[in-house]
Design a protein around this ligand. Sequence first.
Ligand code: ATP
Length: 282
Amino acid sequence: MLYQLSGRRAAKVTTMRERPILMLLAEKICKTFHPGTVDERIALSDVSLKLHAGDFAVVVGGNGAGKSTFLNLLAGEVTADSGTITVGGSDVTALPTHRRARHIARVFQDPSVGTAAALSLEENLAVANRRGHKRSFSLGLTQSLSEELRARIASFDLGLEKRMKTKASLLSGGQRQALSLLMAVLQRPELLLLDEHTAALDPRTAAIVMRVTEQVVREASLTTLMVTHNMQHAIDYGNRLIMMRDGRIVGDLSGDAKRAMTIEKLVATFNDEPATALTVNS
Ligand SMILES: Nc1ncnc2c1ncn2[C@@H]1O[C@H](COP(=O)(O)OP(=O)(O)OP(=O)(O)O)[C@@H](O)[C@H]1O
């Protein structure tokens, strides 16, 4: 499979299966926008989160809960006022976004963000496959790489393998999001961030993209953090359910506690219950 192209990282993941390896450690993150002004907004208060290798955590919370700010902070697009972020054992707190790209990949809500419209599907994948390598004018699109990419996208069962030479701009939103997902995981990131990546799609297409998401995450045992407003997705996917409110993590369900969660209970949690009433873990 393609992710074995990156031998060093593949070896690392093999050892992960034996004992849980800490892949994300966010400690005591605080972020206030426009401090000391009338526009002051406390976006994150003392947020700490640990994800182990292979964890698939789904983050939910109402508007303004701090989900996007947390993702932006992990990706390096927003700087924390205090706290530290360690990914795959490296302290990335002070690294700008482009220097975190070796560790972190992200898929956005807008399907056009993750792909280059003017490049073909195959060229987009070849560019993604070169991420983190020395710059070169060549895409390195050898016959064998081309076949490997085609096989990988064929496994999604969306017929995209027949459109390898098609420009990304001609793909539908769902097809483009499936392409974005494959591009994001080709270099097997230590942390995959999914930023409401199905929110712009119709329900049927969103379901297809979630199927593909589940597939790429499972196949490469990726450590994943997915923000969603879709409560059904929050219940159906992942092994952790993280709930945010008012800039804090107020619930972290796993195991039986996550399996017992229903849409009704989740919605009730956000509507009425005090934060302290949430069940934490199982
Ligand atoms: N760039 C910014 N400048 C000022 N305030 C901001 C900025 N980004 C976020 N905020 C504020 O920080 C708080 C958290 O916002 P954030 O966007 O992280 O929440 P969210 O949970 O992602 O919400 P939504 O579900 O609506 O996207 C809110 O009060 C928001 O107004």
